[in-house]
Design a protein around this ligand. Structure first.
Ligand code: ASP
Length: 327
């Protein structure tokens, strides 16, 4: 039986890094190099590999994300059954969520990388790449939205977070856990996500930068107050707990919300921002009444991806509120 075509797009990151000594490892190995070093890939799919970027995950930009989504779509339109993106783990959760929003349809789009670079004992890149390819080739993975496959676990892009600086088990999905796993090459899907946001960004649409600000004990709103003059089109506040600011930062937040869309997320990293539990100055009810937009259960980085892409796609306030309101 003919194997499905699965394309691998390399963006760089630890999975591609080489070098040694005091200088540290650098993105070096191309997607073609990774494929050549792993003959088992050819047993799972007809592989086409291409290098698209060669940088650390921390240097990927919103422009890179939008361009990668277009490249994924182009390859699916050309006949690929699925696509694997390899990249630095630092921004996997954001790129995967962006691909979830930007690439419509049922075909599996899988993001993976490595925590241990190829020069280290126990390098996890090859195992992650093989499992990612097996998932991207599997009809079982269709219709799940973009996925992150890592450490033999399958995570939905909308939930996954990097939670550890060095562990190969760094990716977690709170509050649900992985939606499936890979065992001896077999793809198992235990949960299917319900609903999915989609955003359309026209090819030539200019970027709309969105700031992400995490609030902390005693924050007096100084940074918040200075955001309006910095050229941002929107902002995401990772507020305290259920969506709270110190009362002395509220005026700055309200002024900013009068200037641009400001999404209210939580710095806790899990759970929905509250809507109407507390009534103190700086509470969620106070901030929502002052025009901040409820970010639902999205954490700060994901809320920033959604708001950036919505603005780039030309969405107005009503569409933005509606998109954040979707589960
Ligand atoms: N700093 C690396 C990167 O994101 C980390 C990794 O890939 O694991 O490129």
């Amino acid at each position: 039986m003919a194997l499905p075509r699965v394309d691998i797009i390399g963006l760089g990151g630890t999975i591609s890094m080489a070098g040694a000594g005091a200088a540290g490892v650098l993105p070096t190995l191309t997607a073609e190099d990774l494929v050549q070093a792993l003959p088992a890939l050819a047993e799972a799919a007809e592989v086409q590999a291409a290098q698209f970027r060669m940088i650390a995950g921390s240097s990927l930009s919103m422009a890179d994300l939008v361009a990668t989504a277009a490249e994924v779509q182009r390859r699916l339109d050309e006949g690929a059954a699925g696509v694997v993106v390899t990249q630095g783990t630092d921004t996997i959760e954001e790129v995967a969520f962006g691909l979830d929003l930007l690439v419509p349809g049922e075909a599996p789009v899988v993001v993976t990388g490595a925590m241990r670079n190829p020069t280290l004992p126990g390098a996890d890149g090859p195992a992650n790449l093989l499992a990612a390819l097996q998932v991207a080739a599997s009809p079982l993975a269709r219709g799940l939205g973009a996925l992150v496959v890592f450490n033999d676990e399958i995570h939905a892009a909308r939930w996954v977070q990097k939670t550890h600086t060095s562990s190969p088990a760094t990716f977690r999905s709170r509050p649900l856990g992985p939606i499936g796993w890979v065992a001896e090459g077999a793809v198992r899907i235990a949960l299917r996500p319900v609903g999915r946001r989609q955003v359309c960004v026209p090819a030539a649409a200019p970027q709309r930068p969105v700031a992400l600000l995490t609030m902390a004990l005693g924050d007096d709103g100084r940074l918040l107050g200075s955001l309006a003059g910095l050229g941002y089109s929107g902002a995401v506040l990772e507020a305290l707990g259920g969506g709270h600011l110190p009362f002395f930062a509220v005026e700055a937040a309200a002024r900013l919300a009068a200037e641009m869309p400001v999404a209210l997320a939580s710095r806790t990293g899990s759970g929905e921002v509250l809507r109407g539990t507390y009534g103190f100055a700086g509470s969620e009810s106070d901030l929502l009444a002052r025009g901040l937009i409820h970010a639902g259960a999205l954490d700060g980085p994901k809320a920033r991806i959604l708001l950036s892409l919505l603005l780039q796609g030309g969405a107005g306030r009503g569409e933005i509120v509606a998109a954040f309101g979707e589960a």
